[in-house]
Design a protein around this ligand. Structure first.
Ligand SMILES: Nc1ncnc2c1ncn2[C@@H]1O[C@H](COP(=O)(O)OP(=O)(O)O)[C@@H](O)[C@H]1O
Ligand SMILES: [Mg+2]
Length: 310
């Protein structure tokens, strides 16, 4: 907690840099993660997300810059932090024939403050897999086990790196619910993802990372408002005179028509209301009405000039 009980930053990163030989993975990255939030580092593969996260975890030492986590230095205070942070294995493979309960027992033995493993399995919906071999678990079950292992020491800060990669949409949604549950228990989540939908649905705030640099930071809504203020309305009407009225709307930057279908574009939060008012005042009867709101994917495209999927 910061002064006066307001949640303060749990992680402070200032100007960190990291190169692998000639490859500059991270250059001059700074951000704060606040207590109790889900913070996402988002960007395409190779952007430097894992490198940044590993520096914060104390697994890698940055070439420059400073990091503070829970008021401590991740490198110098690695032992003091061990009981207070939880790290999910990335692409990790446990031994094929280790049983779920054995993995939890093993992890619990590494900490002085381990919580009840069976309770965790229940919370993560794995109680009936307690005696199963690791290799028999589905992708979603393996990820849930990795989350359980990351939570075994009841950490204050949890690190999750690309935790739904390779999962089907249903398993992905289930994992999102679990991550929200971690936040609800008062913990801070620091995660990475290259999936914009995941970031949009899960993260309270995101930092967009590309080529080792942060391009912008904010809530998904703030970033959309800041970079993609255009709102689009699609509607269909046979009403005579509709075109003239719609084109006369002061807020409509562009109006295009194909037969009875119209596409209207305008700026800002009030544009959709303005269209509805115009329709209502002029008694224009519509048979279809849809709004298209930009999302983080559009923000990424706007900021970098290319799609994150490229
Ligand atoms: N151990 C390593 N040795 C050499 N280069 C690395 C190593 N780890 C990552 N890189 C390179 O650093 C850049 C950033 O990688 P990474 O941090 O893994 O990005 P992300 O997690 O966003 O995909 C990439 O160009 C990657 O190839
Ligand atoms: Mg990565």
């Amino acid at each position: 907690m910061g002064d006066f009980g307001t949640p303060g930053p749990v992680i402070q990163v200032r100007g960190i840099r990291k190169s692998y030989g000639a490859t500059v993975a991270v250059s001059d990255v700074s951000f704060d993660v606040n207590e109790g939030e889900i913070f996402g580092l988002i960007g395409p593969n190779g952007a430097g997300k894992t490198t940044t996260m590993e520096c914060v975890e104390g697994v890698r030492r940055p070439d420059g810059g400073t990091i503070s986590i829970l008021g401590l230095d991740p490198f110098r205070d690695v032992y003091a932090l061990q009981n207070r942070i939880g790290v999910q294995l990335q692409q990790a493979q446990l031994q094929k024939r280790i049983k779920v309960w054995e993995a939890l027992d093993l992890w619990a033995s590494l900490y002085t403050n381990a919580v009840d493993g069976d309770r965790l399995l229940e919370q993560l919906g794995l109680e009936n897999k307690r005696d199963a071999w690791f290799m028999t678990l589905s992708g979603g079950q393996k990820q849930r086990l990795f989350i359980a292992l990351a939570l075994i020491n009841d950490p204050e800060v949890v690190f999750l790196d690309e935790l739904t990669t390779g999962l089907d949409p249903q398993a992905r949604r289930a994992i999102w619910e679990l991550v929200r549950g971690i936040r609800e228990r008062g913990k801070t989540v620091f995660m990475t993802t290259h999936l914009m939908e995941e970031a949009e649905r899960l993260c309270d705030r995101v930092a967009i990372l590309e080529h080792g640099k942060i391009i912008d930071i904010g809530t998904p809504e703030q970033l959309v408002r800041r970079h993609c203020p255009t709102r689009t309305v699609l509607l269909a009407t046979e009403s005579a005179g509709a075109e003239e009225r719609l084109r006369a709307m002061p807020g409509a930057a562009t109006v295009t028509r194909h037969d009875a279908r119209y596409t209207l574009e305008g700026q800002g939060e009030d544009f959709v209301t303005e269209v509805i008012q115009c329709l209502s005042e002029n008694r224009i009867r519509v048979t279809d009405f849809r709004t298209v709101l930009p999302n983080l994917e559009d923000v990424f495209l706007k900021l970098t000039g290319h799609s994150i999927r490229d």
